[in-house]
Design a protein around this ligand. Structure first.
Ligand SMILES: [Zn+2]
Length: 140
């Protein structure tokens, strides 16, 4: 996985816009924006999440999009271990995921890695306000 700044246009994996049968996106016709594509190098905003954000994101993340064959491991956890993380990975101590999920906003869709849930709960990542509002709106 690669770092992408929050709210930049999504470019990571192909969207299959010309081949609707190939997409598993809930909203394939709306522009996609990146949210939560963190790595161990770029600073990210932190803070207490709004009330209800984690349950809302957990619910939204049940719809897995763009499942890949390999795992992506949390680069922040690996950085914090320091040194060789292979043993920690083997023991299952590093958060890992293999898909994305999406949140519908106002005329846009936010594309997030499934690891965003871990980033919020374990690393105090605070997603952009518009993503939080969209996620909370989706619950009601
Ligand atoms: Zn982590």
């Amino acid at each position: 996985m690669t770092y992408f700044a929050d709210l930049t246009p999504y470019t990571y994996l192909e969207r299959h816009e010309d081949e609707p049968g190939l997409t598993d996106e809930p909203w394939p016709d709306l522009p996609l924006l990146n949210v939560g594509w963190l790595d161990a190098v770029h600073p990210f905003p932190t803070g207490a999440p709004p009330d209800g954000l984690m349950p809302a994101l957990t619910d939204l993340a049940k719809t897995r999009v763009r499942q890949t064959r390999g795992y992506h491991f949390c680069e922040i956890c690996i950085r914090d271990i320091g040194g060789d993380a292979r043993e920690a990975i083997r023991l299952g101590m590093i958060a890992r995921e293999s898909a994305e999920f999406q949140v519908q906003g106002n005329g846009v869709v936010y594309a997030a890695p499934q690891l965003l849930l871990h980033y919020v709960s374990a690393h105090e990542y605070l997603p952009p306000a518009e993503l939080c509002a969209a996620a909370l709106g989706a619950m009601s």
